[in-house]
Design a protein. Structure first.
Lengths: 455, 377
């Protein structure tokens, strides 16, 4: 036990992997922000909509009008400063806060990989990633350390391993393994993919993709950790993520994962990269080779840091299993679905038509959703109960302000999941205006008609 | 090995930072691919050559006949010629229902639907234009004063009966009325000529060649436009809005062909038939069926072993059709019944087809509705 703690937590290791990770992470985040802006998504997703879907408890986080651009500028600059390692602590805290704020503004845009970035940047607050090859270390030799305790590098490996392994666990269900769903729907529609397009309509290919995808996610962390298999595993990482990039519109995520996976390599590999950087930038890097080992000045800060990180990882390990506390099928109710590395598991879509009834006059009418929300928001809203409820409350308030009395809100909602014919999703006799949001089970969701076995 | 890894990393970075817009123009598709479960290009050819272009040409012919009838009326504004003009108008309006849904390509770029069939028509504006004698029908603000609904007013709505209506065409401002009617007709003819000639001289090939699977591919665009038409124009425009299901009170003035008062249900049924025929790939004016959304669903379904969605959709459209066939003209249904229960029940059946198309069908085909250019995960 003692030796394990020594090896994976206390033992000094080279800082180089951490520095490479910091530089590449910062650059990728900076380009992600630039890309997001250049596509006009800030305007389209955060400025044009009149209504935004909030996370429970974060209703106060809203876009800031035109100042939303400023938020993105701050976030992008912070990412750049992280890459440079200039005032690292402050920069990574600002990056974490601004990025997370952006993600909380509208849950319509929720993506697992945005959540991953938030977690990673939170973790990085506690890592001395500026200890070498950073402006901080360059300008102030006191802050320069050639070695850091091994937990710093290992915590990133652990987070990445959790992401992969849990994503693999989530695929161990009957839809994915026995029906090859949803790939059976998605792959044939990619028939115009170069080279492999013709094969994607074949059933065996769809099963092969499903099974190898699950196997990949479950095993890749171990193959990356084991030195002998590492190079081959990394080739697999590249092949896998490039393939997902070709087949699906998943933005920056594949690149983020490929670059992150470099952390598993030995320090000598990272030193070569850094040498190359130094040569390229014509920087004298010898001053970074000072043989110093990073240590906390006070044991109290070190202990607090450890406590926070242990709690962080404990939550990471437990949180994805919270769905067990809810009755019903997870894919159907989505209670406990988000923040659990459930990636690309469902072809789910819905149609929701809201009926407004004036409780006093008895008059009723349907809502034209396009009056209030964007097509993207409508699409996301139509199959997620928490969205439906929040929108129903918004409609109730809106029409009561309009002068209607005792407004009741009903919804006719049809949802299709993984190729099953659409069925009624929400009890159409329930006045949603009277239902409250909470972490409890929403008993007005019509139970799932089929069964999906597995985790 | 390290070199390979290094090279891979650099390639990844370069790729990550290079543009990755969603169009895949540079993808070359070999022609002789084996095992594509369904030939989208065959469906596009069937749509273009056997449905869309013939429907446009037929419509264009009926519009010419309408203009001929007007020219006869113009020479001799008597009751017989007015009746003939009206029946030519009904003919062309019915035929219009077969092309209204194809708001893609040339039609989309001229705003065909918006220029031809915006109702309720603004009769006061029309009156004003006729009195002034100066107007610009190409302005988008004047769309509510032209097209079929304007003709509805000009041929059926000027007076209570034929004598009164003919009074305008033989009265003091006879020239004004004839001139305005003619201008409306010529505007419709010009727009139609543009759309038809664009389709036949180029767009057809563009449409058919764009047989990929991206969100800008012809099938994806057409399916989106098709569903949009069904939901917005057929379901809401022709039934839902006048029924008041979005406003809480009936709006009879919003019935299509309001002044005629008798053909609105026929126009709806023609529109519904066009939608259903398109779904089944039925050739224009024929019983032959080609590759279609229905056969595409069947091809996909053979892999999935689920219930037969194409049958369910056809059944639902048939139910809707028979419910609407039992109704009187929509204006009478809405004005004479409070609430218009039978029409509301028929509307519900039309409505039931929407999730089938918008959720089940597009989900099976993996087509995104109202495509939003954003990342997924």
């Amino acid at each position: 036990m003692e030796s394990v703690i020594n090896k994976y937590i206390k033992a000094p290791v080279e800082t180089a992997p951490l520095a490479v990770f910091r530089i590449l992470f910062g650059l990728m985040m900076f380009f992600s922000i630039v890309r997001f802006w250049s596509y006009g998504w800030i305007d389209k997703l955060y400025i044009q909509p009149k209504f935004f879907f909030s996370y429970y408890g974060f209703e106060w986080v809203k876009p800031l009008g035109v100042y939303t651009y400023l938020l993105f500028i701050i976030c992008g600059l912070a990412a750049l400063l992280v890459a440079l390692g200039y005032r690292y602590k402050l920069s990574i805290v600002i990056f974490f806060l601004s990025f997370t704020y952006i993600e909380l503004m509208d849950k319509t845009t929720y993506l697992n990989h945005y959540y991953f970035i938030s977690l990673l940047s939170f973790l990085m607050i506690f890592l001395p990633a500026n200890a070498t090859y950073s402006l901080d270390a360059y300008l102030n030799p006191k802050k320069s350390f050639e070695y850091v305790p091994s937990w710093t590098v290992n915590s990133i490996k652990l987070l990445l391993s959790i992401v992969y392994f849990y994503a693999g666990l989530a695929k161990l269900n009957s839809d994915w393994l026995l029906k090859a769903m949803p790939l059976k729907i998605w792959l044939p529609s990619k028939f115009d993919t170069p080279f492999i397009g013709g094969l994607l309509g074949e059933e065996w290919v769809q099963y092969a993709f499903s099974w190898s995808g699950a196997l990949y996610d479950l095993t890749i962390p171990f193959f990356l950790l084991y030195k002998k298999t590492r190079p081959y595993a990394f080739v697999m990482v590249v092949v896998f993520h490039v393939l997902t990039r070709v087949l699906f519109p998943i933005g920056m995520f594949p690149y983020v994962m490929i670059i992150s996976a470099l952390i598993f390599f030995d320090a000598s590999f990272h030193e070569k990269i850094l040498k190359y950087f130094s040569k390229f930038l014509k920087v004298d890097d010898t001053k970074f080779n000072n043989q110093k080992v990073y240590q906390h000045f006070s044991t109290i800060t070190a202990k607090m840091k450890m406590t926070v990180l242990i709690a962080f990882f404990a939550i990471q390990l437990i949180f994805p299993f919270r769905y067990l506390l809810y009755p019903g099928e997870l894919f159907w109710t989505e209670e406990g679905y988000r923040f659990s590395w459930r990636v690309m598991l469902m072809e789910k879509s819905g149609y929701a038509q809201f009926k407004i009834v004036d409780g006093e006059s008895g008059r009723w009418f349907y809502v034209d959703n396009t009056d209030f929300i964007t097509p993207f928001q409508e699409k996301q809203m139509a199959f997620q109960p928490d969205f439906i409820l929040e929108y129903a409350h918004f409609l109730k308030n809106h029409f009561e302000k309009d002068g209607h009395k005792n407004v009741q809100v009903f919804v006719d909602c049809q949802v299709s999941l993984n190729g099953r014919l659409s069925t009624t999703y929400i009890d159409p006799t329930i006045d949603l205006g009277k239902q409250r949001e909470s972490f409890l089970h929403k008993n007005w969701i019509t139970p799932f008609k089929d069964e999906i076995k597995g985790i | 090995m390290k070199k390979i890894i290094g090279a891979l990393c650099i390639m990844t970075l370069v790729w990550a930072c290079s543009s990755d817009s969603t169009t895949d123009d540079d993808v070359i598709i070999p022609d002789d691919q084996e095992e594509v479960s369904f030939e989208r290009s065959a469906m596009l050819i069937n749509w273009a050559d056997n449905i869309i272009i013939p429907s446009y040409e037929a419509f264009s012919g009926d519009l010419d006949a309408l203009i001929n009838a007007f020219n006869t009326f113009k020479v001799d504004t008597n009751e017989g010629n007015l009746t003939a003009l009206r029946s030519a108008w009904i003919n062309a309006y019915t035929s219009w229902q077969r092309v209204e849904m194809f708001e893609i390509g040339p039609a989309e770029s001229v705003g065909f639907q918006l220029n031809m069939n915006i109702y309720p028509t603004d009769n006061e504006k029309i009156d004003g234009f006729i009195v002034d004698g100066s107007y610009d029908l190409s302005l988008s603000s004047n769309r509510s004063a032209k097209g079929f609904p304007a003709l509805d007013y000009l041929l059926n709505g000027l007076g209570e009966n034929d004598a009164e209506i003919l009074g305008f065409y033989n009265g003091d401002n006879k020239e004004g009325y004839l001139k305005y009617t003619e201008d409306v007709l010529l505007d419709m003819q010009a727009l139609t000529a543009t759309v038809v000639s664009d389709w036949t001289t180029g767009y057809r090939d563009t449409f058919v060649a764009n047989d990929g699977s991206s969100s800008t591919a012809s099938v994806d665009r057409m399916v989106n436009d098709y569903i949009f038409y069904f939901e917005k124009y057929l379901r809401a425009g022709k039934m839902g809005i006048p029924l008041g299901v979005f406003s809480g009170s009936t709006l009879p003035r919003n019935v299509e062909a309001y002044f005629d008062a008798s053909i609105s249900n026929d126009l709806f049924l023609e529109g519904l038939a066009a939608v259903q025929d398109f779904f089944n790939g039925k050739h224009f004016n024929s019983t032959t069926e080609g590759e279609s959304l229905a056969s595409y669903l069947d091809a996909l379904n053979s892999v999935k072993n689920e219930e037969d969605l194409s049958t369910l959709i056809n059944d639902q459209m048939n139910t809707a059709k028979s419910m609407v066939m039992d109704l009187s003209a929509f204006r009478a249904e809405i004005e004479d019944n409070n609430p218009p229960t039978n029409m509301l029940l028929a509307y519900d059946e039309v409505q039931k087809a929407v999730p089938m198309l918008k959720v089940d069908m597009v989900s099976a085909m993996s087509i995104s509705i109202d495509f939003v250019d954003a990342d997924g995960d």
